[in-house]
Design a protein around this ligand. Sequence first.
Ligand code: ZN
Length: 475
Amino acid sequence: MAKETYVEQIADIETDFPQWYTDVVLKTKLVDYGPVKGTMVIRPYGYAIWENIRRELDARFQALGIQNAYFPLLIPMSFMTKEAEHVEGFAPEVAVVTHAGGEKLAEPLCIRPTSETIIGSMYSKWIQSYRDLPVRMNQWANVMRWEKTTRPFLRTSEFLWQEGHTVHATAEEAMRATLQMMDVYEEFAKTCLAMPVLTGRKTEKEKFAGAEATFGMEAMMHDGKSLQAGTTHYLGQNFAKAFDIKFLDSDGVQKYGYTTSFGVSTRLIGAIIMTHGDARGLVLPPVVAPVQAVIVPIAAKKEGVAEACRALKERLAARGVRVVLDDSENSPGWKFNEWEMKGVPVRIELGPRDLQAGKCLLARRDTLEKSECALDGAEDAVASLLDEISRTMYERAAARMDRRTVTADSLDALLKGVEGGNFVRAGWCGCRACEDKVKEFAQATARVFERENTAETCVVCGKAATATVIFARAY
Ligand code: ZN
């Protein structure tokens, strides 16, 4: 019977997490593979999540006075080479247009892997005086980074993101803006994605190509690996000097500005899937779930059931709940499986007996618990249940991250920690050789600094540590 097939189609989450992920993203119709290797098609159910992410984040940007704009996809090759570290970091991933209109182009054009260069060149034109500062813009766009191994949402050659770019008069103000945006991301991840994150500075090795300092937020996935879910960069004057972003300061002196950039991408959808998903499929956080509640009629042909379901749907919609009434021909059991796999936070069951008793049944996707609820005022009950689900999902993920963050004082302990699916906290002396050794020995990387200027010793060489670092295997 169709009822069982869904569960059978998804690989076991505990024994084959990579296959579970692939099954879930394809079978819930979030995404499909594009015809060009490494590209993905974001299908309506997946795109709706992105639209919800975008709406929530955009509101936060607007509240800070950040303006949206749009810059071209094509960047002159010469721009990319102006900032030495930047070009070195991105060269292996850049796709280049050499021909157009049936002719070879005089100058090759890059398809943007990120837009610091083109936005910097425009800022240099627009900024003249300290009165023009700060400048804070954001664009919602696609970018392209040619990747050798790809996975939907996690790593694809083209993805959607937002990239913010700001210019400030002083280093202090630019650094403040960089840190402030990380706070915005962290609050957003908690409130909208029910996703706890670790935030902090990245090592030189892990920082953005061309940045003075990169800050990241890292989330723990179901298998204990880390996923970088967003970054903010303090770029100092690197791009200002490369692109001549100068302003006449109030003291009459021409100065270079200080710039920052920050971004999150469709990778966040991958983070949601791997943070919250379970054996039955997706478990979507209510704030970004395309469908927050689904009504499944039981014995829909019995008198009054269809009408009661429609009326309830209208009341829920009026209450601001994104609701679907599944009145298809499939059996209720089939529908339960389908909507569970799709991760809809609340399922509402309503049949003749419920109707007679003036009740309905609410089933939570996160805990799989069921409870009865009076039909009268059910819209308020569902709305508050959605809040409760957000809280529970966050707390559960936070408890897991706490439980699975261990401390190591030797390389062996670090290896054991990451092999067991943990984040590993350890001292680090700050030298690249020790960081490389961790990678070689434990296939783990430094995710973020938990604390700088610590009194610990380096987990590799035993010398005095300069920072306590969270190491993990990462996506
Ligand atoms: Zn060391």
